[in-house]
Design a protein around this ligand. Structure first.
Ligand SMILES: Cc1ncc(COP(=O)(O)O)c(C=O)c1O
Length: 381
C-alpha cells in the first residue's frame, strides 16, 4: 500500500498551520526572552517594545513603527489619527476579513465596497474608480484601504495613481502581507500608512494579539503614539485626544523579536511550499498566481474550483484540513450589507466566496506531507 493510499486514520494528522514546529526550532530562545521580561517586570511599554519597533523599521524600511495591540487597532489608529469619521467615505474591498470594513464603521465613517480581481483576490482599480464616481453625495471621499489578501500586495501603482488624482489617503491593510514586496517596495513602506497583524497564525505572529503601524509621516506617527495610550499628551495625565488602550504587551514584543530573526528564512520556506503546490497541483485546481513584480508571504495558499465544498469534504475524509476564506463577501454580511457598494456591485467577490479553498500552508510543511495533500486534491472525484 502506498502512503497516499493508506486510510486517513493511520496517517499522522496534518496541521493547517503548525506553530508547534516553529517552537521546536526557536522555543528555547523565545522562552528565554519571555523569562527576561518576567525578571525585569516592565510588562507595559518595556524596552522590548521600542527594540521591536526599531527592528521592524529596519526590516521594511519604514521611518516610523508604532506597535499596537492587534491588527484591528493597527487600522483604527491611522483612521483616528487622520480624523476620518462621520461623513467620510473609505473604499474597502468586499472580499476580505471583516476587520477591514469594521474599523471604518467604528470611527463613524462609511465603508464603500469595491470589487476585487479574480486572479490576485486584491482590490480592482477599475471598480475603485467606479466606486469613487458613484459615491453618494452626502459623503466625502477620504481614503482607500487596499488589502493584501493572502499575503500578496495589491496593485499599488494603479491604486496610488487613482488616490493621487482624487486626493485620497492610502491606508494599506497588510494584516496578511508583512514581509512581502511590491515592485521592490517592501510592505510597510507603501501608501501613506500601513497596518499589520501579529495574530498567531499570521506569517509573523506572536503568542496572542498584536499589531503594528508603519509610516514615513512623523506627525502621523506622533498622533498614533498618543492615541495608542488614551490620547496622552506631554505627560501621563494630560489627555489631548480621545484615544484607546492599544499598546503591544512587552512579552509579545519579546517573542516577536525572536521570531523576526528567522522570518526571512520562513518566508523563503513558505515560497518553496507554494512553488511545490503549484507544480504538483498542475491544472487540477486554479492555483494562485504571484503577479509580476510582487512577492507573497503566503499567509494562505488559496485555490479556486467549481465544486469547492465537495473537494473540502473529500480532503477532510483524507485527513487534510482546509479552510474557506471567505465564505461571504462583506457586502452580503448582515452587519455590512446596508453600506454602499461600487455601482457595478462586487460580482467577482461573490464568485470567489463560492469557489475558494485554502490548503495547509506554513514554513515547516514537509515535502512528504505536501505530497499527501497534492495526491488527495488530484485524486478527488
Ligand atoms: C485582512 C485583515 N485585516 C485585519 C485583520 C485584523 O487583525 P487582528 O485579528 O490582529 O485584529 C485581519 C486578521 O485576521 C485580517 O486578515
Amino acid at each position: 500500500m502506498t502512503a497516499a493510499a493508506k486510510p486517513a486514520s493511520v496517517m499522522p494528522p496534518i496541521a493547517f498551520v503548525d506553530l508547534a514546529a516553529q517552537r521546536k526550532r526557536i522555543g528555547g530562545a523565545i522562552d528565554a526572552a519571555v523569562v527576561k521580561v518576567l525578571a525585569h517586570g516592565q510588562y507595559i511599554m518595556g524596552p522590548e517594545v521600542a527594540a521591536l519597533e526599531r527592528a521592524l523599521a529596519a526590516f521594511c524600511g519604514a521611518k516610523h513603527v508604532v506597535s499596537c495591540a492587534s491588527g484591528t487597532d493597527a487600522l483604527v489608529l491611522p483612521l483616528m489619527a487622520y480624523g476620518i469619521g462621520r461623513g467620510d467615505a473609505v473604499y474597502v474591498p468586499s472580499f476580505t476579513f471583516a476587520a477591514s470594513a469594521e474599523v471604518v464603521a467604528l470611527v463613524g465613517a462609511t465603508p464603500i465596497f469595491v470589487d476585487v480581481l479574480a486572479d490576485s483576490f486584491n482590490l480592482d482599480p477599475a471598480s475603485l474608480a467606479e466606486a469613487i464616481e458613484g459615491t453618494p453625495k452626502h459623503l466625502k471621499p477620504r481614503a482607500v484601504m487596499p488589502v493584501d489578501l493572502f499575503g500578496q500586495p495589491a496593485d499599488y501603482n494603479a491604486i496610488e495613481a487613482i488616490a493621487r488624482d482624487r486626493n485620497l489617503i492610502v491606508i494599506c491593510d497588510a494584516a496578511q502581507s508583512f514581509g512581502a514586496s511590491y515592485r521592490g517596495r517592501k510592505v510597510g513602506s507603501i501608501g501613506h500608512v500601513t497596518g499589520t497583524s501579529f495574530f498567531p497564525a499570521k506569517p509573523l505572529g506572536c503568542y496572542g494579539d498584536g499589531g503594528a503601524v508603519f509610516t514615513d509621516d512623523e506627525a502621523l506617527a506622533h498622533r498614533m503614539r498618543s492615541l495608542r495610550v488614551h490620547g496622552q499628551g506631554s505627560n501621563k495625565y494630560e489627555n489631548v485626544a480621545i484615544g484607546l488602550n492599544a499598546r503591544l504587551d512587552t512579552i509579545q514584543a519579546a517573542i516577536l523579536i525572536e521570531k523576526l530573526k528567522i522570518f526571512p528564512e520562513e518566508i523563503a520556506a513558505r515560497d518553496a511550499v507554494a512553488t511545490r503546490y503549484q507544480r504538483g497541483l498542475g491544472n487540477a485546481v486554479a492555483t494562485p498566481p504571484v503577479l509580476p513584480g510582487n512577492t507573497s508571504v503566503w499567509a494562505q495558499y488559496t485555490v479556486k474550483l467549481g465544486d469547492r465544498d465537495r473537494l473540502a469534504n473529500t480532503l477532510k475524509a483524507a485527513g487534510v484540513p482546509t479552510a474557506v476564506y471567505y465564505p461571504a463577501p462583506l457586502h452580503r454580511q448582515p452587519a455590512y450589507r446596508d453600506f454602499p457598494s461600487a455601482p457595478g456591485g462586487a460580482p467577482v467577490s461573490d464568485d470567489l466566496s463560492r469557489s475558494v479553498l485554502s490548503l495547509p500552508m506554513h514554513p515547516y510543511l514537509e515535502t512528504t506531507t505536501q505530497d499527501r495533500i497534492v495526491a488527495a486534491v488530484r485524486g478527488a472525484p
